[in-house]
Design a protein around this ligand. Structure first.
Ligand SMILES: [Zn+2]
Length: 225
C-alpha cells in the first residue's frame, strides 16, 4: 500500500491509440481551418495591392501602372527570385512588404515563390510590346465592379485551360486554352487543386474568391475601349 501506481504498457498504448484517432478525426477540420485563414490572407493581400494600384493611378493623372511595370523583371519569368523584382516594381513604394505579393497557399505549393499574383493584361497595355497602345486610365473603366484588377495564378498549367503556369506579372485571359493560368487551388471541394477558386480583386477594390471561368470573364468587358 502507498505505492504509486504507474501506467501499464497496455494502458499507455490505449491512450496513444485514442489520441491518434482523435488527431485523425480532427486533422481534416484543422486543415480546412488553415486553408480558410490562408484564403483570407490572400484576399487581404489583393486588397492592399489594389489600393496601391489605385493610389499609383491617382499620382499619375489617372493612368494605371503598366502590366509589366507593376512588378519589375520585364517579360522574364521572375516569380521565384529572391524578391528583387517586386522591390523593383512601380507599386513597391506603396506596398513595401514582400509578403503581400505572394499568396500563403501558393507558397505552400511552390516554396520558392516570391510572387503569385498577376495584373489583368487588359488594364495595362505595354509599350514595350505594343508601342501604339495607350496605358489604361481609371476613368476608362466603366464597370469597375466587373473588372478584374489583379488575380492569383497557379504554379502549374491545367490541360485544356492554360498552357503555362505563372510567369510574368500579366494575366492574359482571352481565348481558351488560355496562355496564362488562373488560380484554382483555394478551397477545392476534395483534394483536386485544379477544381478550387482563385483569389481576385476587382477594380472597385473588392477582393474575393472566384471560379476560373468567371475570373476569365472578369478580365474582359465587351464594351472595352
Ligand atoms: Zn491566393
Amino acid at each position: 500500500m502507498g505505492r504509486v501506481r504507474a501506467f501499464t504498457l497496455v494502458e499507455l498504448l490505449a491512450v496513444i491509440a485514442v489520441l491518434a484517432l482523435l488527431l485523425a478525426l480532427l486533422s481534416p477540420t484543422l486543415r480546412r481551418a488553415v486553408l480558410q485563414t490562408q484564403a483570407g490572407v490572400c484576399q487581404s493581400n489583393l486588397h492592399q495591392l489594389s489600393l496601391a494600384q489605385v493610389q499609383y493611378a491617382a499620382q499619375c493623372g489617372g493612368q494605371l501602372p503598366a502590366m509589366r511595370g507593376w512588378v519589375g523583371g520585364g517579360s522574364t519569368h521572375t516569380w521565384q527570385d529572391d524578391g528583387t523584382h517586386v522591390r523593383e516594381g512601380t507599386l513597391w513604394p506603396l506596398v513595401a512588404r514582400e509578403d503581400v505579393y505572394v499568396c500563403p497557399t501558393f507558397l505552400g505549393l511552390a516554396p520558392q515563390a516570391s510572387r503569385s499574383y498577376s495584373m489583368n493584361w487588359n488594364l495595362g497595355n505595354d509599350r514595350e510590346f505594343f508601342p501604339r497602345e495607350n496605358l489604361v486610365r481609371v476613368s476608362q473603366i466603366r464597370r469597375p465592379w466587373q473588372m478584374l484588377g489583379i488575380g492569383g495564378e497557379n504554379p502549374w498549367p491545367i490541360s485544356g485551360i492554360s498552357r503555362y503556369g505563372i510567369g510574368d506579372g500579366c494575366l492574359l485571359a482571352d481565348r481558351w486554352p488560355l496562355r496564362d493560368s488562373l488560380g484554382t487551388f483555394h478551397l477545392p471541394a476534395g483534394d483536386d487543386l485544379d477544381s478550387g477558386l482563385a483569389g481576385a480583386v476587382l477594380m472597385d477594390g473588392s477582393a474575393g474568391l472566384q471560379p476560373a471561368p468567371l475570373t476569365r470573364r472578369l478580365c474582359l468587358q465587351d464594351d472595352w475601349p
